[in-house]
Design a protein around this ligand. Structure first.
Ligand code: ADP
Ligand code: MG
Length: 251
């Protein structure tokens, strides 16, 4: 996936100011940055959230520009977004939602759709990966789920959809220590040489479990610095200010 000089806004407010990002097969990228720097906006613009406008620049996936594709088309192609704030959808059962999503993706891949029995079998194996109780399937999508349960349910969606690029927006926030370990092990298990992951996080802890190839720092709608895990270590020691200042010195 490539993001080239991406500028985007919401309700006439400019948020992204020229983002460049190149993600190759098998890579793990971490994006860190202050609250309000545009990390969630970037992930939603890549996923095709209808409230955002792309002013200029291009997002391409597998060599094809996807700027004008509907979010469901991008999802079917294999782009997955795990939301920072998963939405509660009363009246829609989690299992029906997951089966519909699975079948939409399978249809795109020209695979046969799964009936309820086949899906039950498939989802059971996915539940094991994320160590979730099957009772969550019978409930309405995210309704009354705790913060951590919602995050786990996002990873369950990742497990069933088998995406090519997964963007996980603060999936680690709000998880207890055990859940964090289970979730990171699941993400590692779901990653292959053919898939890529973008982890948006505030904490080096997650990056100790899921080793990133690159760490990017985002500020005011732009990636201002790219490095390795050392950048996350530097951040933990000196905060964003130090990194920002060192960038200023170079100018
Ligand atoms: P991050 O995920 O890095 O914390 P966000 O991408 O969520 O940052 O937000 C970037 C900026 O966009 C913030 O200043 C936020 O207040 C602003 N923003 C997000 N949605 C809207 C909106 N609907 N109207 C105006 N500003 C918005
Ligand atoms: Mg955010």
């Amino acid at each position: 996936m490539e993001v080239n000089d991406l500028h985007a806004s919401i309700e006439a407010k400019k948020i992204l100011n020229g983002v460049n990002l190149k993600i190759r097969e098998g890579e793990v990228h971490a994006i860190m940055g202050r609250n309000g720097s545009g990390k969630s906006t970037l992930s939603k613009v890549i996923a095709g959230h209808p409230l955002y406008t792309i002013n200029s620049g291009e997002i391409s996936f597998q060599g094809k520009a996807i700027n004008n594709l509907e979010p469901e088309e991008r999802a079917a192609m294999g782009i997955f977004l795990g939301f920072q704030y998963p939405v509660e959808v009363p009246g829609v059962s989690n299992s029906e939602f997951l089966r519909a999503a699975t079948n939409a993706r399978r249809k795109y891949l020209k695979k046969e759709e799964l009936d309820t029995f086949e899906f039950d079998e498939f989802v059971t194996t996915c539940l094991e990966v994320i160590q979730m109780n099957s009772s969550f399937l019978e409930r309405n999508l995210n309704e009354g789920f705790s913060g951590g349960e919602k995050k786990r349910n996002e990873i369950l969606q990742m497990a069933i959809l088998e995406p090519i690029v997964s963007i996980l927006d603060e999936t680690d926030s709000g998880l207890d220590i055990d859940s964090l370990r289970i979730v990171s092990q699941a993400i590692n298990k779901l990653s292959t040489k053919k898939t890529s992951t973008i982890l948006i996080t505030h904490y080096k802890r997650l990056l100790d479990e899921i080793k990133p190839d690159f760490v990017h720092i985002m500020n005011e709608g732009k990636i201002i610095k790219t490095g390795t895990i050392d950048l996350a270590i530097e951040l933990e020691k000196g905060g964003f200010k130090r990194i920002q200042d060192s960038q200023q010195d170079k100018k």
